[in-house]
Design a protein around this ligand. Sequence first.
Ligand code: HMG
Ligand code: MG
Length: 306
Amino acid sequence: MRRVHTMLQLPKKVEIIEVGPRDGLQNEKNFVPTDVKKEFISALKDAGLKELELTSFVSPKWVPQMGDAAEIVADCLDSTSRNIVLAPNKKGIERVYMTDCKAVAVFVGVSNSFNQKNINKTTAESLSEVLPLISELKAKDYFVRACISTAFYCPYEGKVEEDDVLALCGEFVKVGVDELSVADTIGMAAPHESYSLFSKLKDAFPDVLMTAHFHDTRKLALANILAALQAGVTRFDTSAGGLGGCPFAPGAAGNAATEDVVYLLHRMGIGTGVDLGELLKAVEVIRPHISRPIESTYFRLNSVSV
Ligand code: HMG
Ligand code: MG
């Protein structure tokens, strides 16, 4: 086989969006005390993370773990970070309006079956509810991010078509979202699929922030991140400790671990602004309150407690 001589094309700097307090905790059955969540968020900020998903304004009947969203937001906003909260519908956005939070993430699945399980609506029904809400948020000068679930595979329908992902993203771009966070919800994408989809997304939507969100079910998240970097993506959602998973996506494991991603990026000379030593302290804050061991390689090799 012919050897390819091209050097890796790498950026100098990457933005990490820490989703541990939201994606990382939403799947935990035992309620994590609100004060511990706040301490976790504070420790993550101390580690240099500047964009974070703090919590979700979803139904507490569906996701009891996020029942303390208003309390988290009341105490965890600051002016030097982008503090994002998730909201799935009008009621969620109304709850956001009652806070001082100015960055909102809506979430919709490309596949109908997943969207039904996650939000109790078809994808089209969700869109007709959230698109006008996004226009309203933009008119009020909010930062809006659209999280696109099941962009590669659906746990119920299997492979998802790239054209369907591009079409759905286009709907959000039309109403002026600032960011698209495109997700491999069940951690099934392979690097060639990551490269292909993110290349097309970057070409189609050059003016929005493009973020990749990989779950690490099959241990391909780092490979998928490297492939997305090659496609020009410079923003990644990650979760400290590799926590995470969606309660309505059977088989989904945690997100790519922030510490493993940051380690990889630093080893390649790419800046993130994250201090790995401080990040391990944040993982230590949350570790005693979660139901499974921390499986990230960087934590296993470097934490003093293991
Ligand atoms: P529903 O039962 O169809 O809602 O749930 P409804 O509109 O019929 O309302 C039923 C009750 O819920 C009413 O209260 C509403 O007021 C209340 P009642 O009259 O019975 O007392 N309600 C709410 N309460 C608080 N906050 C709200 C809200 N909305 C309605 N926002 C709903 C529909 C969307 C609410 C529900 O399905 C839900 O909360 N789903 C959220 C599921 C979730 O959090 N999933 C995980 C986040 S997404 C994710 O992880 C993927 C991501 O990481 C990317 C990836 O990896 O793919 C982002
Ligand atoms: Mg997720």
